[in-house]
Design a protein around this ligand. Sequence first.
Ligand code: SF4
Ligand code: SF4
Length: 445
Amino acid sequence: MSRTFSIGGIHPHDFKISANAAIEDFPLVDIAYIPVSQHLGAPAEPVVAKGDKVQTGQLIAKASGFISANIHSSVSGSVLSIEMLPDLSGNLIQHIVIKVEGDEWVESIDTSSDIVRDIKLESKEIIAKIAEAGIVGLGGAAFPTHIKLSPPPNKKAEYLIINGAECEPYLTSDYRLMVESPEQILIGTKIMMKALGVKKSYVGIEENKPAAIKKMKSIAAKGYKEIKIVSLKKRYPQGGEKQLIDAIVHREVPSMGLPIDTGVVVHNVGTALAVYEAVQKNKPLIDGVVTVTGKCMSEQRNFRLRVGTTFDRIMFAIGGFPKDAVKLINGGPMMGKAVSRMEAASVKSTSALLLLTEDETKRGEEGNCIRCSKCVYACPMGLEPYLLNRLSRAGRVEDLELNAVHDCIECGCCFYSCPAHIPLLDTIRLSKAQVLRIIRSRPKK
Ligand code: SF4
Ligand code: SF4
């Protein structure tokens, strides 16, 4: 029987219309724009200069500070400039701009399709290798993976959970990875288990992906018995870390706590594959699978896309912006954000581009709250979104903290459920950021 989390959640249509689009290599670009900040934490510091020649996979910016990640070139060519350019959100970020010349890879990277099963490195060496390869969480937050694999001495990991839920409508990049590279994902899982010293792990997959469940189960049965493939109910946000932990090991992450507080570490299937490639093939994180989808597109796509590819280049590759499309979303319809700058470049954690028509983007006219409680029933974190919205509009920051606005996971279930079309997520998201700033600025006890 499929498992699921205990409270809240919604059942939007999944629109996995790109599920049958096999992964294809995106054509090489002319110029790559590689931001030095693609992760949570401090930006990396460039170690190349204008005019330098670089190879694909070469380190071009080094992690700085405890929470940071290395950046490698996704292409080979010459460094044209290192300059401040706006990212997707319009923030000015240092970019290393590279003119592409051929595709010459660093020699030590194994580019063959051979599967390397034997894990030779020990725990500390694995973590160092993952840090060196610049791996970050590919499930959204882009938190450096080597830090998540190094819990503090007073916290012990018991289980590793691999997130294959992909519960956001439209997204199919994780699904394609599980269908096309199941064994590499399982080896990546084993590598992370070794790094953490855990004996048991789970891969959670929503039941609307039967082909992925079947493939992963059949490979796991052959040589990866310590990894259990778990079927999960189709219910959004099933892929949230807290919801996965609840569904699979029935533990509750405390308010302001982390999964490790319950003895669990969660990673995404894309991260597991990146770990496999880093440790077994010596390949740093320079590309990822990106779903390009929308009902207005004649052909759905899943591209293996190199980091630093601009969004206008991606649109060019699909034959231009479809006639009926009025909006491009970076991510899925529930948690994604609108793309306002087509010159912005893809980053390590880019996983989907969704094109929407005018009809699909229409928001109903906002009315008054009718106190129906639908938002309360939908909230997977047990919050009261109607109240948070009211407090937020009144600027009552202390009350917002008392009502745990900081626990909001920004899933959008409340907004989706509200018959009065109140933009609950927008107001709550702003207040959450404000309250978190206050909490983090307090002296530690
Ligand atoms: S966005 Fe926040 S408040 Fe709204 S349902 Fe999700 S967790 Fe609850
Ligand atoms: S769902 Fe909307 S109308 Fe209903 S209680 Fe919540 S905010 Fe009010």
